[in-house]
Write a protein that binds this ligand. Structure first.
Ligand code: AMP
Length: 212
């Protein structure tokens, strides 16, 4: 099986979700956003959703064992011949990456997997500006992302593409964003070092300022 997995790694607001969605639309890739998966459970108020909410709403990372199991189960359920899968926001810690790389060796479904990482890099001020002006289409099958600064919707709070209402994520409030960024920094260096030492293919992408 010719499975290609690309992990998009970067701070909140670095544009990885937007780029991932374009790759799905334009290249027929499949994508897993662990943040969207968590929000789906939270929205549906499932048992696991209640547990996830206690982390996500405060801007804390979901524990490695919970998120890794959810992500690997999702990948195994979505492997499809010749398709590239983008992992948006997973792995996010060294523990998650270690567990994913281990499962490549222990699970036959991952035979011959080609795994690479794109690390999205930009300044903290730019991130806070982007995230605090962000709104998202509430229609899950659309999910278009808007920015008050560079891409406002034509009609306020309404999606240009499908006409659904836009919303602002709870965890996009500035103090939560700053907390998420601190959490990101604590784990990012460790994770990138782990990748360097594991010899996986890592590409560092300097994100241009003024985007989504
Ligand atoms: P995102 O949509 O990628 O910004 O993720 C939103 C929130 O979901 C994060 O702030 C975390 O609380 C949680 N989350 C998403 N992906 C992960 C992950 N790989 N590990 C831990 N928590 C995650």
């Amino acid at each position: 099986m010719n499975l290609k997995l690309i992990s998009f790694f970067g701070p909140p607001g670095s544009g990885k979700g937007t780029v991932a969605k374009r790759c799905v639309r334009d290249f027929g890739f499949i994508m897993l956003s662990t943040g969207d998966l968590a929000r789906k459970h939270i929205g549906e108020k499932t048992e696991i959703g209640k547990i996830l909410d206690s982390y996500v709403s405060k801007g804390n990372l979901i524990p490695d064992d919970i998120i890794t199991k959810m992500a690997i189960d999702w990948i195994l359920g979505n492997i499809s011949f010749g398709k590239t899968i983008i992992l948006d926001g997973f792995p996010r810690t060294k523990g998650q990456a270690d567990c994913l790389l281990n499962s490549f060796n222990t699970n036959d479904s991952f035979d011959g997997v080609d795994f690479s990482i794109i690390s999205f890099e930009l300044s903290e001020d730019e991130i806070v500006k982007r995230v605090s002006g962000r709104s998202v289409c509430s229609n899950k099958s659309c999910g278009e992302i808007y920015s008050d600064f560079v891409k406002p919707p034509v009609k306020s709070d309404i999606c240009d593409l499908c006409g659904s209402e836009l919303f602002r994520r709870e965890d996009d409030r500035e103090y939560v964003v700053r907390k998420r960024l601190r959490g990101f920094k604590e784990t990012a260096d460790d994770l990138l070092l782990f990748y360097d030492n594991s010899g996986v293919n890592l590409f560092r992408f300097k994100v241009p300022e003024g985007g989504l």
